[in-house]
Write a protein that binds this ligand. Structure first.
Ligand code: AMP
Ligand code: MG
Length: 408
């Protein structure tokens, strides 16, 4: 065991991700209405309760006639609108007008499409008749009992439409984590306020809220008093609420300055710290700890570092809470332009704009000057992984990147 006085070694991106995944597990499951379920992860396997479609339906607007009837002139004996079902045995020379989606009146039929016919009163003349029956047969999409959505699937708009279509209005999904966010820093003022010299506007509270809103999570946010004992009392106070929070995020104070109390605060609260700093830029001072089921992050106050740590690490915790299988999220892509930077001994997570190019993907690294520089976040939708000691990379070079937005 490492003695407490020995500074722990800095941790790499992959190690931090592995540590987060090792300490985070799926939260309890609950049934929610479909309108509450977007983006949640399914915790049951959903099978088709009946054949899909459940009855033979017309695929087109037209006329149902017997398949074995090669007449060209028919008498229209019935008109069926979508939503109606009037079973009947058709005789030779009889046709039933039917709308798209209408239930076929019987078996052994073909729908002749309207465009290939002409009608005068109840007399139907068929001009052309192809081999296509224009029927969506019962069970052709799925048979009763087939698996339609596997456990572990993230529910997207299309999945929700499918669940509605099969009559599964209360899917079993992972509960959303309860998140407590504490923002620290004597210098920060709310975005509405004009800062005095030395003060800066609090951008991190908004960033954290918007980041979590992507999963429908609304954090409780506290402005921490500039004093550890008072901050601790506020957190302890919120711990009496039920259900207990699953994730504690503390913005700022993660480093070693005289007022940086996040590490000791977390330890006083009973968290075991697994990460104290990382080998990456931005985001070097970063704390990650666990206490029973709860996780905590101390995020460096600089806004760009915040953005990086939220997307790289906090996202892993959210995925684990929802029961998604571990994956780093990094995928290969290509630089759209040449990349130039002074070689840096640390791995860099570089904000970039990903726009689909002719040959797959095109990543444009965006300029940033320091981890306090928010300007790149105007358009960043990805983080490119620049290995340590990298100077230039040619346009077209293959890199790893992490999408930070669904449009990347
Ligand atoms: P800290 O991690 O507390 O040492 O803060 C590092 C830098 O981030 C300092 O320049 C802070 O002023 C800045 N910072 C801290 N909190 C925020 C915040 N909520 N919004 C914007 N910048 C912040
Ligand atoms: Mg601070």
């Amino acid at each position: 065991m490492t003695p407490a006085s020995t500074p722990p070694a800095p941790t790499s991106v992959d190690e931090v991700i592995a540590l987060v995944r090792a300490h985070a597990g799926p939260l309890a499951a609950e049934r929610v209405a479909l309108d509450e379920a977007l983006g949640r992860v399914l915790r049951e396997t959903v099978t088709a309760p009946e054949d899909q479609p459940p009855f033979d339906r017309s695929a087109m607007d037209g006329f149902a006639v017997r398949l074995d009837d090669d007449s060209t002139v028919f008498r229209i004996v019935e008109r069926i609108r979508a939503g109606e079902w009037r079973p009947r045995e058709l005789e030779w020379g009889q046709a039933v007008q039917i709308a798209t989606g209408g239930a076929l009146p019987g078996d052994g039929l073909q729908v002749v499409i309207k465009e290939e016919t002409s009608v005068e009163g109840d007399r139907l003349t068929v001009h052309r008749r192809g081999p296509e029956r224009c029927i969506r047969f019962r069970g052709e999409d799925a048979r009763a009992g087939w698996t339609l959505v596997a456990a572990g699937t993230r529910l997207l708009p299309g999945t929700l439409g499918l669940l509605a279509g099969i009559g599964h209005p209360q899917p079993l999904v992972s509960r959303r984590p309860r998140v407590l966010h504490l923002v620290t820093g004597n210098e920060i003022v709310p975005p509405e306020r004009t800062p005095e010299t030395g003060q800066i506007r609090d951008s991190n509270s908004t960033l954290v809220r918007a980041f979590l809103a992507q999963w429908g999570i609304a954090p409780e946010q506290l402005r921490a008093p500039e004093e550890r004992a008072a901050a601790r009392a506020e957190i302890r106070n919120s711990e009496s609420d039920q259900p207990p929070w699953n994730l504690l995020l503390i913005s700022g104070g993660a480093s070693v300055g005289p007022h940086d109390f996040t590490a000791s605060l977390l330890e006083e609260l009973g968290f075991v710290l697994h990460v104290r700093r990382t080998t990456t830029r931005p985001g070097k001072p970063m704390l990650f700890g666990s206490r029973a089921e709860a996780l905590a992050f101390g995020l460096p106050g600089n806004p760009l570092a915040h953005f990086v740590c939220l997307n790289l690490y906090v996202r892993q915790a959210i995925d684990a809470f929802s029961g998604l299988a571990p994956r780093s999220g990094f995928v290969p892509g290509r630089l759209a332009v040449e990349f130039l930077d002074a070689p840096n001994p640390r791995e860099t997570l570089w904000p970039a704009r990903l726009a689909p190019g002719v040959d797959g993907t095109g990543l444009t690294p965006l300029p940033w000057r320091s981890s306090g520089d928010l300007t790149a976040l105007a358009t960043a939708n990805a983080l490119v992984r620049i290995p340590p000691h990298t100077g230039g990379l040619a346009a077209g070079a293959v890199v790893e990147y992490l999408a930070t937005s669904p449009d990347a």
